[in-house]
Ligand binder design. Structure first.
Ligand SMILES: Cc1cc2nc3c(=O)[nH]c(=O)nc-3n(C[C@H](O)[C@H](O)[C@H](O)COP(=O)(O)OP(=O)(O)OC[C@H]3O[C@@H](n4cnc5c(N)ncnc54)[C@H](O)[C@@H]3O)c2cc1C
Length: 412
């Protein structure tokens, strides 16, 4: 392996963007990726249903600031505007009344206002949520379905610092496919897991499954879940502040359970939002029949998502089917053809959905973003400012960090 200016660890949105930025700055680099494909958490596959399905990111959030959006439009991808609303709400097997729907909409606005003005001693989102159904529904959207964590594990400060992600678009061909097309021209060494980063001499030595690469700097874009599991060793250890920051940014989880339903649309319109609110936080959200395909895409988040992935695909598909039967009758069971479940928690090179700061630990993001000895730089969705947790944010983070590295190298 040859020596380069910069090694980039990971070929997701952040790593690919960093590579493009370094190339524009005239720097040599090598991108090493543990998996056999690029994209990381951006991954569209046709394997399950014969049509594109996004296992990871699907919403092009913040389209007015998301560089993928104008690129997709210019390239003629099929786009659909859709901001999440509450079209259908069920409390277990009971459909919410119009008055309850209205109460929920009010509660959502109340919770948002509460979050905005919160100055209390506790930084836990759950302290703002009362145990009434209406508010719980908004907490479901604010917590597990959005941050991938339950509200008692979410920092209000961290939550408040996230941008409003409207307007949102979907693309029929798949967000993962879009990101793959954008990144495909970047040279990447696949199946090349980084095991150790040495920074005890000048520059860095990056030990991989395919040999050691020497470089002046390294940009690490792996998830905080991968970092916390110490899949990559650092010699010497990272400074204490960085190690703490990694543990203060645990991975939340969002799990998709899409089921293919033939011959009925259950009285729903394509892209309708349906929430089934249940006890013990086993809430289930559906995106109905996107692009008029036969897919009801179920989502669970937070602790329940970890439970679901542990129980496995068959149990997940049964659970989702049973809940649809509860709401729409036993005919649904006969109409379900096939289902699957994403398993990002079990993917060892990702280990979750995206990072959510622990209560009281929102500052961990800024800490981890500090370069170590001007040689080790972190980038990715966890460090994407107000677009944290998003694919566009990961891309912008990779670009920004690579820009800083290029500047640092130019200074000599
Ligand atoms: C279920 C789900 C739904 C989502 N929905 C949306 C959405 O609708 N819209 C949106 O904008 N975002 C969404 N996201 C988030 C979005 O997908 C991520 O924020 C973004 O893709 C992260 O990009 P990244 O480059 O930071 O990290 P990653 O994509 O994780 O890239 C890091 C790369 O590092 C590699 N790697 C790990 N360990 C090593 C190692 N030791 N050596 C070498 N390589 C290694 C990994 O394999 C991976 O490819 C979703 C995520 C999930 C999981």
């Amino acid at each position: 392996m040859t020596d380069v200016d910069v090694v980039i660890v990971g070929a997701g949105c952040a790593g690919l963007a960093a590579a493009k930025r370094l190339r524009a700055a005239g720097r040599t680099f090598r991108v090493v990726e543990a998996m056999g494909r690029i994209g990381g958490r951006a991954w569209t596959t046709t394997d399950d249903f014969g049509i594109p399905f996004d296992m990871g990111c699907a919403w092009l959030h913040a389209a007015d600031r998301n560089p993928f959006f104008p690129e997709a439009q210019a390239a003629g991808w099929t786009m659909q505007h859709h901001d999440m609303g509450l079209d259908h709400l069920w409390f277990g097997k009971r459909k919410a009344t119009p008055a309850e729907m209205e109460a929920e909409r009010r509660a959502e606005a109340e919770l948002a206002a509460c979050i905005e003005r919160h100055k209390g001693a506790s930084d836990r989102l759950s302290t703002l949520v009362e145990a009434c159904h209406g508010l719980r529904v908004s907490a479901t959207f604010a917590g597990p379905m959005d941050f991938g964590a339950d509200d008692d594990e979410i920092s209000v400060t961290d939550y408040r610092a996230a941008a409003d992600l409207d307007p949102n678009y979907f693309t029929k061909e798949g967000y993962g496919a879009l990101i793959h097309a954008w990144g495909a021209e970047v040279p990447v060494t696949l199946n090349c897991t980084v095991r150790r980063i040495r920074w005890d001499g000048p520059g860095v030595e990056v030990e991989t499954a395919q040999g050691t690469i020497r470089a002046k700097a390294v940009i690490v874009t792996v998830s905080t879940g991968v970092l916390a599991f110490e899949d990559i060793a650092f010699t010497p250890d990272l400074p204490e502040g960085h190690r703490e920051a990694i543990f203060d940014l645990p991975m939340g989880l969002l799990t998709k359970v899409p089921v293919q339903i033939e011959g009925t649309r259950l009285g729903l319109q394509p892209f309708d939002d349906l929430l089934i609110e249940r006890h013990a936080r086993h809430d289930l959200y559906f995106l109905a029949f996107p692009f008029d395909t036969d897919l009801m895409v179920g989502f669970v988040g937070g602790d329940f998502a970890w439970e679901m992935e542990a129980a496995g695909r068959a149990a997940a598909v049964d659970f989702v089917t049973d809940r649809l039967v509860d709401c729409f009758g036993s005919e649904v069971r006969k109409a379900v053809r096939h289902g699957t479940m994403t398993n990002w928690g079990g993917e060892r090179h990702i280990r979750g959905g995206y990072a959510a700061a622990r209560p009281g630990k929102a500052h961990a993001r800024a800490m981890l973003a500090e370069p170590v000895a001007e040689r080790i730089w972190f980038a990715g969705e966890a460090l994407a400012g107000s677009l944290k947790q998003t694919a566009a944010g990961a891309r912008l983070s990779g670009e920004a960090v690579a820009g800083k590295v290029a500047l640092e190298l130019a200074r000599g």
